[in-house]
Structure formats: structure tokens, C-alpha cells
Design a protein around this ligand. Sequence first.
Ligand SMILES: *Cc1c(COP(=O)(O)O)cnc(C)c1O
Length: 380
Amino acid sequence: MKDETKLTHGGRSSGAHFGTVNTPVYRTSTILFPDYETLTTIKQPFVYGRRGTPTSRDLETLVADLEGGERTVLTPSGLSACTTAILSAVKAGDHILVTDGCYGPTRAFCDTILPRFGVEATYYDPLVGGEITRAFRENTVAVFLESPSSQSFEMQDVPTIAAACRARGIVTMMDNTWGTPLFFKPIAHGVDLSINAATKYLVGHADASVGTVTANAAQTEALTHLHGHFGTSIGGDDAYLTLRGLRTLSVRMRHQFESGLKVARFLRSRPEVARVLYPALEDDSGHAIFKRDYTGGAALFAFEIKPCDQEALRRLFDGLDLFGMGYSWGGYESLIVPSRMKRSVSVVPEGGPVLRVSIGLEDPDDLIADLAAGLDRLNG
Ligand SMILES: *Cc1c(COP(=O)(O)O)cnc(C)c1O
């Protein structure tokens, strides 16, 4: 089955809910057992809210199928999906390698929480490729990838890194929020755990925070063990909203990707813009890997403005009509924020300010007009 058909037909327990097309929202903590025998043997499909409901189970099934994985677990945010994946692979005394381009809060978790449990994280250059082996230590147990990098958008050679890790028995996990399992499949490229901040494109409407972690067969037990004992689960409403968002993931993303390219090309043509950081553009340094591994991309990219003062930036931002100023991305509405990049070992733009945009479902020409007016205001 092709992905669009999975997105339409997967995760629907047809016949189980009086013929309703969609699995209803199950809001529950307690699930009752019909008799003593069933209660004491726990022999029924659903036993307690935290352990899953028909709504959350259907979502897990659909995401696992789309990811080509064995099992998916759901978490209350994208960040908790990242931390769940990491914790499933480490114990005291271990070392993990984390991409220098990871999402900021993932870095903060690695720097401030992991050391309390005797786990050390060090960072590698996202462009490292097969040279990652040089960073392996005796006690390296996991590598955390994210491609393209948050904010700076370098592409990683995921299959090469994953193969080098597998040869050494090192677990790989990848934050694939940008590609989504629609456009890049980490598990098929050799990664053990695929992570998604479903908050972004999967939910797609800026109305819920959800994370998913999908394991291949080898990592399923470690992942489900950690997730079960950690006690993270999501409510029925959020599971429903994620399933509902997934039904239109393909049409939304394909449309937004096309608009994103159009807006990116416009920005590149403007004299105020020093460069556009978007691997989907033909002349981006990450485009060869993008073309090799991805079938599409997110409408999320950044652009570097030629050096200017804060007052000029304020004029650009404050007059925007269509771009909202706010964090997150992947929703139907366009957003803009200044990028903040913290790096340990890799190089990021150091010229003028870098702005990150998420292109929504508006007409791209209207978005271009809004940005054009903003760049005119920047000039004074
Ligand atoms: C937003 C984001 C997350 C975290 O998702 P939340 O639901 O906001 O916790 C993780 N990784 C990436 C790449 C993100 O952009």
C-alpha cells in the first residue's frame, strides 16, 4: 500500500465503533473488566487509560505503518519523544553522541539532565558522515541524529552514519520532524528509532502537542519498557486530533512544500537576503543528500539577512500581516521567528540575523507580498 492509502485507511478499526468512519475519542482512566477471571488475568485488549485506548492504539498503528517500524509509542510532546528515545538506550556510565544541530531543548536535556544519571553527551558536526567513527568511545551506546539541523538546516548523511553505528552495535535515533515519515523514512535508512514532534505537521493545525517514537524490531522491547515505566501517555482528544491531522498530511505537506520553494526562491532574489538555508533549493549545500534520500520536504527554512540593526528588524517584524510571530511550525498558518543557534563544534552563519519561516496554506503570492513589504520596511 502506498502512503496516501495508508493515511486514509490505516488506524481505523472499522466495524468496532458502530460504523463511524473515525475512531471516537476515548477519554478514560479506568477501564472496567466484566468479571473476576478477566480482571485477574488482565485478558482484554484495553486495561487502563495510560496503557492505551482504541483511539491511541489506532494512532500508534497508523504511525508505525507509515514509519515502517515495529512499534510506536506516544508521548505528550515532541521533546518528550526525544527524551524517551534517549532514555530507552542509556544507563549510568554510558556516552552518547548528539548532533550539534539538534533542537535546542534536546541539547538542554542532554546537558543538564543526563549528567545527573551518569550519562555523558558530546556533540558531533552534522556534516561528519562516515567520520563519525572517530568520535566513538569505548562506552558510546547511542547516536542521536536530526536532519536537517534545527535552525541551520545542514543535511546529514543518515544511511552512512547509521551503518557505521550498526557495525559497532551502537543504537541510532533520529528526530525526523522536518521530513516526517511521509518524505523520509529513518528506519528504512538504517536508523533504529524514528522520532517525530507530531505537534508540527502530523497534528498540522497548531491545536495539540504530541510526540511519537517508532522502533524497529531490535529496539522495540527497550523502547516499550522505558515508555511503560516512565508513565507517559496522551489523552484521547490529542490522539484523535493527531489521527485527524494525519488524514490530510500528504495534501497539506505537498502543497506547503511547493509554496515553501516559491517563497524561498523569492527571498533568494532579494538584495537584502545574504542566503537562504533550505536543502530543497538546488544550490543548497545539502541538496545532493536531500535529492538522494527525500521525496519531499517541510516548508520550514531560514534566511540570513545582510547585517542590520535591531530597529530595522523590528520594522520588518512588526508590520507583517500574514506571518504570525510564534514558536512551533508545520501548522496551516505561516510563522516567523529569529533563529537562535547554539553550537559546540560546527559552524553556523555569523553574518547578519537569521530568520526562520514556516510556510502555511495561504496563497504563496500573498505571503511573498507580505515579506516583500517587510524587507522594504527593513530598508527604512
Ligand atoms: C518542536 C520540535 C520538537 C519538540 O516538539 P514539542 O511538541 O514542541 O515538544 C522536537 N524536535 C524538533 C525538530 C522540533 O522542531
